[in-house]
Design a protein around this ligand. Sequence first.
Ligand SMILES: *Cc1c(COP(=O)(O)O)cnc(C)c1O
Length: 247
Amino acid sequence: MTNTPAAAPTDRSADLAAGLARVRTRIADACAAAGRDPGEVTMIAVTKTYPASDVVALVGLGATEVGENRDQEAAAKAAEVAAAGVTPRWHFVGQLQRNKAKSVVRYADVVHSVDSVRLARALDRAAAERDRPLEVLLQVSIDGALGRGGALPGSTDLDAGLDPVAEVVAGADGLRLGGLMAVAPLGWEPDRAFARLAEVAAGFRAQHPQATLVSAGMSGDLESAIRYGATHVRVGSALLGMRPTLR
Ligand SMILES: *Cc1c(COP(=O)(O)O)cnc(C)c1O
């Protein structure tokens, strides 16, 4: 026996456990404040820029849902995680180009960022090789700006409108319409953004009653998203630490 003092807890897994505990407490507190059952809110660990070993560690700590925003990184990471015998549900949350549809349908369980008829059709074609439909959320542009991703409620434009893409997804054999997703626009108060999203989601469910999921809220604004009905929060930095580059 030596008298070496216990090592400082620099172990990555301990950091992730602490991050997970903090985020779970925030979600539970936000649900309590909103009078919601915490079982209604699912946390997606957004692991972009972090290694497959972090995904494996998070799953070991009880996380079941993992999010990524770039196909190249996600495809490689999902393969590495699968090779380790670990099988989280993979959520693709970033802007997606049509030419990546074939790759994404191989590992993703849910795609959060569908915002055009052309992208929906590409995913449906690619999903034909799957043994189950791909779950799809439609990304909504809260401020009406295009370009950063998101379809426009009330527009019938095939490249930009929410209703046309919803019809295509709802009618596609390879896709399942799960609900809506949004990111609070820069410069908007989260409460204002997510109140607007809740309005859009209520109208949307009147047309598509099966589309009950609302993916909203990230590290900085998950309390507000939960207040306004989010069923899925996408949490990166609060869980894994600040990312080295701004993405
Ligand atoms: C990176 C990312 C997140 C997580 O962001 P944090 O602020 O680190 O929690 C959530 N959603 C999308 C679409 C992202 O790209």
